[in-house]
Design a protein. Sequence first.
Length: 172
Amino acid sequence: MARVSAVSESDAVDVHNRTAARVLLVAPNGATLLVHGHDPEDPGRGGFYWTPGGGLDDGESLEAGARREVAEEIGFDIGELGPVVLERVGEFPFGGRQIRQTESFFLVHVDDTFDAAPEALSDLEQSAIDEFVWLTPSDMRESADLVYPRCLADLIDHVAEHGRPVTPWQTD
């Protein structure tokens, strides 16, 4: 008896797996620098916020990738990264592909807010990024647009009250 598959080959989705390093740049008032943008392949999805960072190059460490990505996207040179404060695996559509991304987040305290000065955005990033903004945890919770990761406001509040987590938070 032939077995019937619930998903035909033509319906199968090719998932792009990647590892990413992300950085939470946090000012003394708890404001965190976020990227606001949209998926250029799906503008109807609306805008959303995400943290600076991105996929690692072949053989690149998390720390090196975090530094490179923030320099390219924000124009900021990171000093000490410290330990990872958050880990997650997210799956989402973006730029016409389905992405499954294993992310590690570093937290860097900065002396004050500053204007992002991107140095090397890809064509996709240029088409997706609308602006760079500093949002406090309250701003994040009140935003009509989603903030990724969704636990970001809680994590920033936790760090302000208790310091960096002893072990990285885990979320999806």
